[in-house]
Design a binder for this molecule. Structure first.
Ligand SMILES: NC(=O)c1ccc[n+]([C@@H]2O[C@H](COP(=O)([O-])OP(=O)(O)OC[C@H]3O[C@@H](n4cnc5c(N)ncnc54)[C@H](O)[C@@H]3O)[C@@H](O)[C@H]2O)c1
Length: 516
């Protein structure tokens, strides 16, 4: 546990001695700055927004707390929000995904800020690669705590942890108590969240309630986080207006698909360096991430088998030439297993017990419950052998299983069952993240304009308790901003063609129900 972490951390009581950031090593900032400079070249959407709003500071007064993988690409997002006038604080949304060089460079600040390692002038970041769960939630809490004791008025989330913390904080403050942790049935992480809120309430019983009142909106990055938001909306528990960034076509149909096509094999190669060609690989889930993952593996010459629960996705997979089968049927045959469902309990310990010796098991979905890591840890017949950071061998003893005696075997698990493309590699490349993050900045602008009485970019009004998607016009604009960079020349509709189709020459070009 780090030195700063031992300090009591509550609103208004920040120690003067504690630096207002926590990263691995500020000396990595020079490398990070070079990486950010090169990424900017590949992120035309974000750079166009900087240019459009140069000198105008449309986010002045916005205090944005962000929880999203602290990578080089996220650094460009953070510095864009700051360029637009926002006061930003950041943590990662995953214990393994931080690129320490990027985190350091963001803290030191852009070259023109004059920040140095000795006197950083950038944005406070609380993130490093390889956090414990306690450290992760400490970082998350720091992100919503400004040095003057106030909280954020905007949240930018990936997976919904910041949103969850604020909502649960408000709920438990209202109830006047925090529920007890049930070590037998609750996930370990829930205990850490309960402790975080319990400590906060002991110091300030109204902290989250006051904070929530000031929050003007949330923009959410990923499928799993968006799923949580719609559940809260349905239950009438959602406190803020929210924008579902994931379901912009230029996010889920690009980042989830083409991003994973790039970064899935990157994670596999960096962790295992095993020859992928010729291997049998199972991808569980054929949604956007599953489609990209399957393409990624097929590109390397794997024979890919899909598991699905949804007949439409299963049929899509068949039409692309993949075999669709059940996991159970593939356990003794496949060499590589990837989970991409956003669901839980996909690969159990008993599944892994039946796999071939040295089968590779990895997850590319958001949380760590697709593969039963807790079950592996508890099983006395399984021994963990760490090969290197984020790469473990789990050795199964020779106990009989399902009536059959078998010899000892092991499975190789990436990133402790957490998203392997960010744990074992560096996530998606800049160009595709530019599209996702241009949507994020537009979402933040829209929610902030809405709250401050300015006309929104989308023309829509945002109400608390509701989840919105950015309109197609903005989605198309995000795509348009990326065409020049790759030399695409768009055809322009003639007036009579536009009239024939019943649309404007300037778009939107498709109806809202169109699926890309
Ligand atoms: N690693 C990354 O870079 C990255 C990027 C984007 C999204 N994500 C995450 O990846 C996950 C998947 O996202 P998505 O956009 O593809 O979601 P999606 O809803 O499009 O796809 C998930 C698919 O899994 C299927 N599924 C559910 N339960 C299943 C089961 N038991 N067996 C087999 N299939 C099952 C569903 O039918 C669906 O088709 C989410 O957690 C999301 O947040 C990760």
């Amino acid at each position: 546990m780090s030195q700063t972490m031992k300090k009591k951390t509550n609103a208004g009581k920040k120690s003067v001695a504690a630096p207002d950031y926590r990263v691995k090593d500020l000396n990595l900032a020079r490398l990070g700055r070079d990486e950010i400079r090169l990424a900017e070249q590949e992120m035309p959407g974000l750079m166009a927004l900087r240019e459009r709003y140069a000198g105008k500071k449309p986010l002045k007064g916005a205090k944005i707390a962000g929880s999203l993988h602290m990578t080089v690409q996220t650094a460009v997002l953070i510095e864009t929000l700051a360029d637009l006038g926002a006061d930003v604080r950041w943590c990662s949304c995953n214990i393994f995904s931080t690129q320490d060089s990027a985190a350091a460079a963001v803290v030191v600040g852009r070259t023109e800020s004059g920040g140095t390692v000795e006197n950083p002038k950038g944005t406070p970041v609380f993130a490093w690669k390889g956090e414990t769960l306690e450290e992760y939630w400490w970082c998350t809490e720091q992100t919503i705590q400004w040095p003057d004791g106030s909280g954020p008025n905007m949240i930018l989330d990936d997976g919904g942890d910041l949103t969850l913390l604020v909502h649960k904080g408000v709920e438990f403050e209202k109830a006047g108590k925090v529920p007890n942790f049930n070590a037998k049935n609750d996930p370990e992480e829930w205990g850490v969240i309960l402790d975080t809120i319990r400590n906060s309430i002991a110091e300030n019983p109204k902290r989250f309630t006051e904070m929530a009142k000031a929050i003007k909106g949330v923009s959410e990055e990923t499928t799993t986080g968006v799923h949580r938001l719609y559940e809260m909306q349905k239950a009438g528990k959602l406190l803020f207006p929210c924008i579902n960034v994931n379901d912009s076509a230029t996010k889920s149909k690009f980042d989830n698909l083409y991003g994973c096509r790039h970064s899935l094999v990157d994670g596999l190669n960096r962790a295992t360096d095993v020859m992928l060609g010729g291997k049998v690989a199972v991808v569980c889930g054929y949604g956007d991430v599953g489609k990209g993952s399957a393409q990624s593996l097929r590109g390397q010459g794997c024979r890919v088998v899909i598991t699905e629960i949804d007949p439409i996705c299963a049929l899509q997979a068949c039409m692309e030439g993949y075999e669709v089968n059940t996991l159970d049927n593939m356990l003794e045959i496949a060499d590589i297993f990837i989970t991409a469902t956003g669901n839980k309990d996909i690969i159990t310990t008993d599944h892994m017990r039946r796999m071939k010796d040295k089968a590779i098991v990895a997850n590319i979905g958001h949380f760590d419950n697709e593969i039963d890591m807790a079950g592996l840890a508890k099983d006395k017949n399984v021994r963990r052998h760490n090969i290197k950071p984020q790469y473990d061998e789990f050795v199964f003893g020779a106990t009989p299983f399902a009536g059959k005696k078998r010899s000892t075997h092991s499975v190789l698990v990436l990133a402790e069952g957490r998203l392997m493309n960010l744990g074992c590699a560096t996530g998606h490349p800049s160009f595709v993240m530019s599209a996702s993050f241009t949507n994020q900045v537009m979402a933040q602008l829209d929610l902030y304009f809405n709250a401050t009485g300015k006309p929104t970019l989308s023309g829509q009004k945002y109400e608390p308790g509701q989840v919105y998607i950015l309109p197609k016009k903005l989605d198309e604009e995000v795509a348009r901003l990326h065409l020049d960079k790759i030399g695409a020349k768009l055809t322009r509709l003639s007036k009579s063609q536009a009239d024939y189709l019943g649309i404007s020459q300037d778009g939107p070009y498709k109806a809202d129900h169109y699926r890309y």
